[in-house]
Write a protein that binds this ligand. Sequence first.
Ligand code: FES
Length: 344
Amino acid sequence: MSSMLHYQPEWVREDFIDFIAEKVNPLWAWKRVKAMIVAIEPLSPDFFKIQLRPNQNFKSDALTAGQSILVTVVIAGVRQQRSYSVIEQLKNGDLIIAVRAQGIVSKRLTQMPIHQVVELSQPQGEFLLQSNDQSRLLIASGSGITAIYSLLKQALRQDESDSPIQIDLIYFSRDQAFHVELQQLAEQHPHFHYHFINTSEIQQHLDLELLKKMTPHFQTATTYACGAQPMMYSLNQIYRDLNLQDRLKQEYFHIHVDENLPAQAVTFLRAQQQFQADRNLLESAEQAGLRPAHGCRIGICNTCSCTKVSGSTKNIITGEIDHGNNTQIKLCVSQAVSPVVINL
Ligand code: FES
């Protein structure tokens, strides 16, 4: 097999080699990253830890806490990708992701048999710990805990050697996923303060009062946040009002468009196609039968970046409106608020 992999005449195509290789071993591939599911374990009734054993093509040394991987699942013959934070990398190189059984792709992933092989991307994303923080405030809601958990573990590991700095975690969740482990970590590390808000019991949203009450020093901390859109929206508003945007590092999940905005005509200039968009521009284009390049679908990987020639778009994450001509936008997190022309 290895001699075949090193023999690369011009006419030998990668997909042909992979086709032959996977007949021998489903994990083998020339360049592609594949991984075998080796364990699936429930964290709560609908949240599962999945252990993946990647092949030799995965760049494990490049993986940093807070990054994610795209997992490709084939459903009814169609390749579908979703992004998941790597919550842990084991000593043997196995990757642990946590997946909520929501939506067709994630649900399918949590139901896959052990030893099933899936395709992965290399590590991606820039949601990483900074080195010079005075103190750290981590904020998570729902599935956003996966990226935050990975940053927390990294921060606690660093603190073993350096002088520890205060870490606070505010976690909004309707279930107990990660809760017991986080409580234990808080007991073991006196400089880590854990604030759990069980949203199935109390109606509490993120606001300035809550931030001040739980973390009076939050304005001097570096804040890392990942969660559902309403929480992220409030957080952005608070930090904007206080002129603290520089202290806020963020990652998003569950991106929804503003349903009160009317559909707009969108033109893909080079493809000479026009369609009505009432969702994010990526989904609307796909609905119209177009296939723009994409990866994560949540604004992380930049694959869907393109030039907006004219028109106004709303950034679904930050709420900012971009009226400029010839500006870069990401299709997956942009909604048209006027007729828009895209250079695609
Ligand atoms: S698909 Fe990754 S940023 Fe849009």
